[in-house]
Design a protein around this ligand. Sequence first.
Ligand code: ADP
Ligand code: MG
Length: 210
Amino acid sequence: MHASDHFSSPHGLPAGEGRLEVVCGPMFSGKTEELLRRIRRAQIAKLPVALFKPATDTRYDNVEVVSHDKNAMTSIVVGNSQELWNHVQAASLREPGRSEGYSIVAVDEAQFFDEGLPQVCNDLANQGYRVIVAGLDLDYEGRPFGPMPELLALAEEVTKLHAVCVETGRAAHFSHRIAGGTSQVELGAQDRYIPLARHAYVAANEEKSA
Ligand code: ADP
Ligand code: MG
């Protein structure tokens, strides 16, 4: 038996390629653009990719993942992390004898997923999948969002992106809600949220509570 056989995985990539990457930042920071860029490069390398998004995110399209500048890619909509796991495992079994299934598992809007997502992503990486997750690190109140903190801790590579602060032109790390209610999840784009740098964000919140 060849030593490397211990590391072969049930799909395209050798198990040693398994890794977890997280792309995070506020709204409009280019998370979806970056995710789609990584996916396009994988497709050039002829690596099969599955792109997932939560059923919660219906902003532009029910199935497409669409960035704010309207780049788009077809995705698989799942209700929760278990469904995502089941989908990937089923695909890896579909055509035995071939190196089939996906090599890369991508997830957009990860903040909307349940608390099981970090474990699912970690286990997929252990199985040999390259897992690329994009999501908001903070909610509009500046609190760590859903499963993102654990994903950030588990990932071997984290990319923090910034938007352009609409008040100062500086690097924006916060998503400020300008309209709507007070629940953590409220879908919207420029109509509801603006990216702000720290100082502008603190000032805007002080103004709000004054
Ligand atoms: P995210 O997924 O992080 O919300 P997208 O990838 O969907 O971001 O969109 C990023 C794009 O949003 C930018 O390339 C730019 O065209 C547009 N955009 C609109 N407003 C801003 C802003 N204030 N700062 C940065 N990009 C912005
Ligand atoms: Mg996005």
